[in-house]
Design a protein around this ligand. Structure first.
Ligand code: EPS
Length: 371
């Protein structure tokens, strides 16, 4: 299987399956001198992990990172960084019943068609377990982006099924609220409604889709490589590579369809841009405004409600998935989406430095926003 490496100068290769002995990654091209310790990974990995609330999969993994190489006396050395996490709570017998059939709506069928062999245990390589290593690699990227540029990347759940945050469209998100509940939801008063909704969904054995928004603040103007390495194109590719993602929007996204040019354009004043429909990217290059992206996640296909499928023997069968699945994979996708945005920004930052590091700061340079 190829295409397991992401990024050009900050190149992250992940490996491992959900029910194999371990998952891991190798990061090649990391700048030397970044202070990093195994415990630095704990916070973001716990935000993504299963078993942390009643509203996600109940598989309980310690997700403890072992640094195998590339770090000496607590600092990156510029050599490949290898990270590994042991899988400790895989329950492969749950998957015995679907070893010779295909869950409708799942990668089971397409992996089989492509490779002619598959590891059905826990979804194998197609499992969201793989995203653990993206989040781990992004811990290093987030740290460097923050230290060097003051960049912060934050995500939140912006829709769960039909439920939307009870907030005005342009309202600022309070990330203290987002981090204080298991849904990454920006309105504390709605959390009981979400709990009730997910409890009922789980009882019904069904799943639901979600939307996750991500914003990166502090991104300087100039990052992104037209024409085939545009910042927005690489964000779209990175975000679309997350399991279950079916749609990506940058800035106003699909709402741009119904806008006029006079509305969509972000007018410029010396004290900043007056709006941000572009999502902080013009011509594939960051403008200095907040970079904003939004993703649509499908409802997971591993559900208890029986569905019609076929088996390896070429018979029509009924499938009912057992196991410890997420009723809404979108909930845990919030830190994963942040991670992919951070990895793209880190890679683009290094690429910008490589080609344009000697270009003087161009004038005038507008502050991020007049709003
Ligand atoms: C997943 C199915 C479940 C989840 C898993 C993702 O696997 P299992 O049945 O082995 O518990 O728990 O998520 C993780 C283990 C993780 O760390 O994210 C899937 O089909 O994607």
């Amino acid at each position: 299987m190829s295409s397991n490496t992401f990024g050009k100068l900050f190149a992250v290769t992940t490996f491992g399956e959900s029910h194999g002995p371990a998952i891991g990654c190798v990061i090649d091209g990391c700048p030397p001198g970044i202070a990093i310790a195994p415990e630095d990974f704990a916070h973001d990995l716990a935000r993504r992990a299963t078993g942390k609330s009643r509203y996600t999969s109940q598989r309980r993994e310690a997700d403890e990172v072992e640094i195998l190489s590339g770090v000496y006396e607590g600092r990156t050395t510029g050599t490949p960084i290898a990270l590994v996490i042991r899988n400790t709570d895989a329950r492969s017998k749950d998957y015995a019943g679907i070893a010779d059939t295909f869950r409708p709506g799942h990668a089971d069928y397409t992996y089989w068609q492509k490779y002619g062999i598959r590891d059905p245990r826990g979804g194998g390589r197609a499992s969201a377990r793989e995203t653990t290593m993206r989040v781990a690699a992004a811990v290093i990227a987030k740290k460097w982006l923050k230290d060097r540029f003051g960049i912060e990347v934050h995500g939140w759940l912006a829709q769960l099924g039909g439920i939307r945050p009870d907030l005005p469209a342009e309202a600022a998100i309070d990330f203290a609220v987002v981090e204080s509940n298991p849904f990454f939801w920006p309105v504390a008063a709605q959390v009981p409604e979400l709990e009730h909704y997910i409890n009922a969904l789980r009882k019904a054995g069904d799943s639901v889709g979600a939307r996750v928004n991500v914003v990166a603040t502090g991104v300087p103007p100039g990052w992104g490589e037209p024409v085939y390495g545009k910042l927005d194109a690489e964000l779209a590719s990175a975000l679309m590579s997350i399991n279950a993602v079916k749609g990506v929007e940058i800035g106003a996204g699909f709402a741009s369809v119904a806008q006029n040019g006079s509305e969509h354009r972000d007018e410029m004043r010396l004290d900043g841009f007056t709006s941000n429909h572009a999502g902080g990217i013009l011509g594939g290059i960051s403008s200095g405004q907040e970079v904003t992206a939004s993703i649509a996640l499908k409802p997971a296909s591993s559900i208890l409600i029986p569905g019609r499928s076929v088996n390896l023997a070429g018979e029509e069968v009924e499938v009912r998935t057992r196991g410890r699945h997420d009723p809404c994979v979108g909930i845990r996708a919030t830190p994963i989406a942040e991670a992919m945005v951070a990895l793209v920004l880190m890679d683009q930052a290094l690429r910008h430095r490589a080609q344009c590091g000697d270009v003087a700061e161009a004038r005038p340079r507008l502050p991020a926003s007049a709003r």
